[in-house]
Design a protein around this ligand. Structure first.
Ligand code: SF4
Length: 234
């Protein structure tokens, strides 16, 4: 039987374990401020967790061509100067899609109490971020990489959401396996999904460094004015 090359393989992680600390949920939902007791955080978690099916798909790809502000992977062109700069010295990258399924969004949709709906959606977002951290650890361990950074289409003006199209073309088989679709408007379904490209770096790159948005629960790094000016992000 013909052996698949590493670059032809579609890797999938099913049943990604999900964990959240009660304290973190309390803080993000500001339950203490809202004078809700800690048991509420436990209750929300216990309602949300059974609805989650966290799974991910990724590939190992090599950059075949590069231009001033684009790179090419397996014949698909990705247009972003920042992505191009970030992978300047490397060949191998890991495109991925990750989802926690549509269980929580369906349940939240049926919820009549708006605050509870918000709590469920927020906890689901936290779980999705934690599931992506699991994927990150998996990649680091499996490929023995010390530091990996991520970029996602749509997170920066430099790499717009329309770049989901080549990413989903590249990840077509994986997206079918983990049941994530891309709509005409570039929305992922289930909504609680993330996509992007991981790449090894000497120094961490986090898109949040170039994003001025306030009050985002997903923020993982402070806004870096100097870097933003360098890329003329304003
Ligand atoms: S701050 Fe929030 S919106 Fe901005 S890049 Fe980070 S996670 Fe995305």
């Amino acid at each position: 039987m013909k052996q698949l090359r590493e670059t032809d393989k579609i890797h999938c992680l099913f049943d990604i374990p999900v964990k959240l600390s009660i304290k973190k949920v309390e803080n993000v939902l500001r339950l203490k401020k809202l004078r809700r007791v800690s048991a509420d955080a436990e209750k929300i978690i216990s309602e949300v967790f059974p609805l989650i099916k966290a799974r991910a798909s990724y590939r190992v790809c090599y950059i075949t061509r590069r231009g001033k502000d684009w790179i090419q992977l397996e014949g698909r062109r990705f247009a972003s100067r920042i992505l191009r700069d970030n992978v300047r010295d490397i060949e191998r990258v890991f495109p991925y899609i990750i989802t926690i399924g549509d269980g929580v969004e369906s349940r939240a949709c049926d919820e009549t109490e708006l605050l509870k709906q918000y709590f469920m959606e927020t906890v689901a977002d936290m779980v999705l971020i934690s599931a992506r951290a699991h994927l990150l650890s998996h990649l680091k361990k499996k490929y023995r990489i010390k530091r990996l950074s991520n970029m996602s289409p749509g997170s920066l003006k430099d790499w717009p959401i329309t770049e989901q199209r080549p990413l989903f073309d590249l990840m077509e088989e994986g997206s079918i396996k983990i049941q994530v679709q891309l709509t005409e408007t570039m929305l992922m379904l289930p909504r609680k999904s993330l996509s992007g490209i991981y790449f090894s770096t000497e120094k961490d790159f986090i898109s949040c460094q170039l994003c001025p948005r306030n009050s985002c629960i997903g923020r993982m790094a402070e806004f870096d004015k100097k870097m933003s000016e360098h890329y003329q992000m304003d």
